[in-house]
Design a binder for this molecule. Sequence first.
Ligand code: OOG
Ligand code: NI
Length: 468
Amino acid sequence: MTHPPFVHPDEIRARFSSAMSDMYQDEVPLYSALLELVADINKQTMSQQPELTRHLRQTGEIERLDMERHGAIRVGTAAELATLRRLFAVMGMVPVGYYDLAPAGVPVHSTAFRAIHETSLQTCPFRIFTSLLRLELIEQPELRQQAADILAKRVIFTPRAIELITQHETSGGLTSNEADDFITQSLETFRWHNQATVSADVYQQLHDQHRLIADVVAFKGPHINHLTPRTLNIDAVQMAMPAHQIPPKAVIEGPPPRRCPILLRQTSFKALEEDVSFFATDGQIIQGHHTARFGEIEQRGAALTAKGRNLYDNLLQAAQDQLQVPANEKNAPQYMAILNEKFSQFPDDYPTMRAEKLAFFRYFPTEKGLNAPTVSMQDLTLDELIDGEFIQYEPLVYEDFLPVSAAGIFQSNLGDKGHSQFAGHSSKQDFQRALGATVIDELQLYEETQQRSIMACATALKLTLLSL
Ligand code: OOG
Ligand code: NI
């Protein structure tokens, strides 16, 4: 018996990402406004910067730009996280990286579910930053137990979603109709519910412990809390936001503006205050509020090697040490000045970043190389092939997240006055145990993509060997 062909996981992810964006636009109209603003500024930026446009064309990023986004969710239990891992696997998304946010005062640890091969990322780079609440960081034992009991009772997946996940695992794929069904069913898990599952009293207790704990425990499921389009000019969007009635957070997280962008710069608009109803013990409904959902934008730059990342972390730390207090509305200009000054130590041209092995690159054969006789190139090193203009290179785009920035995004939307930091050691092992899998090392992935591009050059130019 033949069966209809399976849909490629990349295609399911693309459909899911688009359905998720539609749902969030309905739920949070300000996100729609942000999308429009970002699209306008992207268009403007490309017409003003032909060199940037050429670069986006060369790497293929121009095609993924409009559909590029990430989202974030927070779950409460190991079982929820492990099932999410199976759900995301249907869409070719696997856990990459470990982020410990406890040192920054947020009681969660996280990973990013995403595609890992450059071809898949090109089809759809959709990522989900996924955090697991660390209940063990709740100080009061009774509240901790109560939160655990509430979480143990909830089921965040529809029975049909589980069925389709299992089917994908056993038969190796989903047909087009099943994929659409899977998308409809799994979106239910991420939908907003304006009805809390706990009483106003319990909500308040959880909230008093940490607003994030209330956000995870008091609701039916892990509602998507933001979606983030990719901008080509984050400073321009940040500046334009207030005029569009979108209130931005005080400072842009990450590195300062540069000619050659690195890693990730992010900013968000403040979370909305939304109406929520709570049950009272007498069965009555009480109206209240909850703030959790927001919008964010990001500008992505070059992926850094371990050496480059080290330099980045040190310069960022030095800037924060000099400022002494967390960056806020008042000291934002001063912080940006310090940051700029510190980052003057980070080379800002691609040849130096490449020569000093600070970033990862992708290599392409040039027209000249493709037309040259192989013998003229055979004994040349990669550097010589570049000097001879047989090969050119572009930075590899950073596909991941940054823990310090993520903490800044969390904080700006939690209005957190309490914790500056949680004690308790980083526990990648605990996280992986909960996840039921190890997380992939992102540096390894960039290394592999870089290496594949070198191999592809060798094949295209008919060279037997290329070494970095
Ligand atoms: C996640 C915050 C982190 C990012 O882009 O760094 C994040 C959250 O608020 O749940 O999304
Ligand atoms: Ni985000």
